[in-house]
Design a protein around this ligand. Structure first.
Ligand SMILES: Cc1cc2nc3c(=O)[nH]c(=O)nc-3n(C[C@H](O)[C@H](O)[C@H](O)COP(=O)(O)OP(=O)(O)OC[C@H]3O[C@@H](n4cnc5c(N)ncnc54)[C@H](O)[C@@H]3O)c2cc1C
Length: 453
């Protein structure tokens, strides 16, 4: 078979992973990236001895296919497990940092839910199955219906704030948490499903691992990119894509020296964020209006603050993953990761690093504060909750005006638009976190193989 020329746009985790897949199928693959480094939102910076992750902090290794992918590309042996203390997670209730229960016994004694809230939660197996699975249900309605209002306020709300910088009212259950959706469909109860080992048992690893890398999460796309035969074209921005004939594409780009160039390809795999699609000029493609549909993905704005302290400045033991803040607590941060507890090398000796999240769908305006106000806000919130003396010895921040694409009510339309574009324009694949899903495993090995060849 003739070797096909494939153009991959974007060297984030999605772009690199699709490029490796195409390369493995015998194609000649070129990856174009507008930034000077690979990684996309996965950016790890070492500043004054503190190792900061601007994007994802953890990879949840749950599925066999993700493990196989990492093993195949010799990345697996470089994984670093989160400290075992990090199985402990905290939420804020009544301005106190409360540990979430890890066992049925600690559930009974925990103050995370009121006695009534606990009783309501225990009734879950007796709640009847949803009648109409065809109709989309948001996460808030699902949790209220099956687990009660208190679990919505003190578990689902902070959890979704922490993962997606969003709210349970916005996320559609079947897109955001497909396994929960399937559990109810198959077993009629989440608890019963869990007792029976959950759904897709054979696809899952016996134990989920929470991992990162010695040099931070950017090591993942860097290591994967090193397995590409053709090095990634860095600082190369795609400007225009022209459909010449069926399966023939002319790609116009500007190279690292600002020189305008063009090249022919048989196939395009575009993995840039949906809000960047409109910055490329698309010429002569069929159904161009569908590109606008794909570009609709909502990404809440989010700011990250990184505060470093001497260990002795903080009274709290920092013996866990971090804490999340329920909206009903009316605080100004979404949560804080105890980054230096999570993984080694995140702070100098006898120092600690806290990473806090500000803004999101809950308080979008706060993510736009000037640096000094943002840092002051994150510091004052952590100061009262963790009992911190003195001031931070290290301060840094990162703002994402558009952070994570949400699995919301526009998801189905976006996916359908991307599929139709592919059917109408041979060789055009619009992919990436806004189509495959934002969690890192989805970017490496997409859940829905029909989304790409
Ligand atoms: C703050 C934050 C925290 C997160 N935390 C987690 C977490 O803990 N765990 C988890 O699983 N997931 C997490 N995620 C989600 C996950 O990191 C992302 O969904 C994933 O990394 C996106 O990868 P991608 O390749 O699809 O997109 P991107 O990383 O956005 O890559 C797209 C690339 O396209 C490039 N590009 C754009 N336009 C052009 C052009 N015209 N020409 C050439 N190149 C172009 C961009 O420069 C970029 O490098 C987090 C995301 C954020 C923002």
């Amino acid at each position: 078979m003739k070797e096909r020329k494939v153009c991959v746009i974007g060297a984030g985790l999605s772009g690199i992973s699709h490029a490796l897949d195409k390369q493995a199928n015998g194609n000649d693959v070129t990856v174009f990236e507008k930034n000077a480094e690979v990684g996309g939102v996965l950016q790890s910076k070492n500043i004054e001895g503190f190792l900061l992750d601007y994007g994802a902090n953890t990879l949840s290794l749950r599925l066999r296919k993700t493990e196989e992918f990492l093993k195949h590309y010799e990345v697996f042996e470089h994984l670093v497990d989160a400290d075992k203390e990090c199985s402990k997670r905290f939420i804020i209730r009544g301005s106190k940092v409360i540990s979430l229960p890890k066992s049925p016994l600690s559930f009974l004694t925990s103050s995370f839910l009121s006695p009534l809230g606990k009783l309501r939660l225990c009734m879950e197996p007796f709640i009847s199955r949803k009648k109409d699975f065809e109709k989309d249900e948001n996460m808030a309605d699902f949790v209220k219906r099956r687990l009660g209002n208190e679990v919505l306020d003190y578990a689902a709300n902070p959890f979704i704030g922490g993962i997606y910088a969003s709210s349970p009212e916005t996320l559609i259950l079947k897109h955001a948490f497909p396994s929960l959706f399937k559990m109810e469909q198959k077993y009629g109860s989440i608890f019963l499903a869990l007792i029976r080992g959950g759904t897709n048992r054979l696809e899952k690893l016996p134990k989920t691992r929470l991992v990162s890398f010695k040099k931070g999460m950017q090591e993942l796309p860097i290591r994967l990119a090193s397995k590409l035969k053709n090095p990634v074209f860095l600082s190369c921005k795609i400007k225009k894509i022209e459909k010449k004939s069926e399966g023939q594409w002319l790609v116009f780009f500007e190279d690292s020296r600002g020189k305008k160039k063009e090249n022919y390809f048989d196939e395009i795999i575009c993995t840039i964020p949906s809000h960047n699609l409109g910055l490329i000029e698309w010429k002569d493609i069929r159904r161009p209006e569908l590109l606008r549909e794909v570009a609709q993905a909502d990404h809440p704005p989010l700011a990250l603050t990184f505060l470093g302290f001497e260990r002795k400045q903080i009274e709290h033991a920092l013996d866990g993953f971090g804490f999340l803040v329920p909206e009903v607590e009316k605080r100004k941060i979404l949560g804080t990761l105890f980054s230096s507890t999570l993984f080694p090398n995140r702070s100098p000796r006898d120092h600690v690093l806290l990473t806090s999240f500000v803004g999101g769908e809950r308080n979008p305006e706060l993510s736009k504060l000037p640096k000094n106000e943002l840092i002051a806000l994150a510091f004052s919130e952590n100061q009262v909750l963790l009992n911190i003396r003195g001031t931070p010895i290290f301060e840094h921040h990162k703002i994402w005006p558009k952070s994570i694409p949400l699995p919301d009510k526009s998801t189905e339309r976006r996916i359908l638009a991307a599929k139709t574009l592919r059917e109408e324009n041979q060789g055009l694949n619009i992919l990436g976190a806004h189509i495959n899903g934002a969690p890192l495993p989805n970017c490496m090995v997409p859940n829905d193989p029909s989304l790409f060849d």
